[in-house]
Design a binder for this molecule. Structure first.
Ligand code: IGP
Length: 271
């Protein structure tokens, strides 16, 4: 992940001079669509991702039409669309984000290794309603700066964690939508037990999202059982012959309706 964040710093530096213009474009963009409220419901909500490629899988769907793909996801019931904008490993572009935000009436999320506020203004200028912040990729000071900058830009955040220490850092900056990544971004290895293990520790007032490595309804079961409000799915649906149908199947899973009991869950992990 070091290389990806270094790269992100270089990309941020390259657009630094355009901050004024980006802020002006952000103010002209259609207003952001509420993100957190889109992710609560009796069924598991699906954040469907537009993903052309990845470091672990290589090319997934290099030729996909981002806007058409997002429209198909929404037809299948997706509550929000995640759009990779990282160019070197994920084949993403800000143009994809812009196209998706124009094509659908659900929140679009900028998915990238965001390290600098100017990238949040880029996201809002491209029509995003939310942005991903990866706790592991940011110092505590940077995380605070990015949370504040996102709020100033009018963006909601999806704050990504992988362990209890990172959950505490997310809660310390009042994150409300918290994603638990099953994939270790350093080794790229998926551990499907990560999200189901940590989600019960996420306080009930937050939205809990299980991320990565889920392809089938059976794969989603443990996250739903753990009390996830939403799942984030990319590879499986980006390459699907019928993406609407696949999202529809995943979106049909009932979530556990009892509130998460964060204090108890922590005790179980600690003890
Ligand atoms: O393609 P998958 O295994 O369904 O995963 C989607 C999403 O969780 C993944 O793309 C992701 C989660 N966190 C990230 C951070 C950066 C880049 C990508 C990601």
């Amino acid at each position: 992940m070091g290389a990806l964040t270094q790269d992100a710093h270089a990309r941020a530096a390259a657009v630094q001079g355009s901050l004024g213009e980006l802020r002006a474009r952000a103010l002209d963009a259609p207003p952001p669509i509420p993100f957190a409220s889109a992710l609560r419901g009796p069924h598991l909500q699906v954040i469907a991702e537009v993903k052309r490629a990845s470091p672990s899988k290589g090319l997934i769907a290099p030729g996909l039409d981002a806007a058409a793909q997002a429209a198909a996801y929404v037809a299948g019931g997706a509550a929000a669309i995640s759009v990779l904008t990282e160019p070197s490993r994920f084949g993403g572009t800000l143009a994809d984000l812009d196209a998706v935000a124009r094509a659908v009436a659900v929140p679009a999320i900028r998915k990238d290794f965001l390290v600098h506020p100017v990238q949040l203004w880029e996201a809002r200028a491209a029509g995003a309603s939310a942005a991903l912040l990866i706790v592991r990729a940011l110092s505590p000071q940077e995380l605070r700066t990015m949370i504040d900058a996102a709020a100033e830009a009018g963006l909601s955040t999806l704050v990504e964690i992988r362990d209890l220490g990172e959950l505490d850092r997310a809660l310390a900056v009042n994150a409300t939508v918290i994603g638990v990544n099953n994939r270790n971004l350093e080794t790229l290895v998926i551990d499907p037990a990560t999200a189901p293990g940590l989600i019960p520790c996420i306080p009930a007032h937050c939205i809990a999202v299980a991320e990565s490595g889920m392809r089938t309804v059976a794969d989603v079961g443990p996250a739903a059982e753990a009390g996830a409000d939403a799942i984030l799915v990319g590879s499986a649906i980006s390459a699907a012959a019928d993406p609407a149908d696949q999202v529809r199947a995943l979106a049909g899973v009932s979530r556990r309706l009892s509130p998460r009991q964060a204090a108890d869950a922590r005790d179980r992990i600690a003890g």
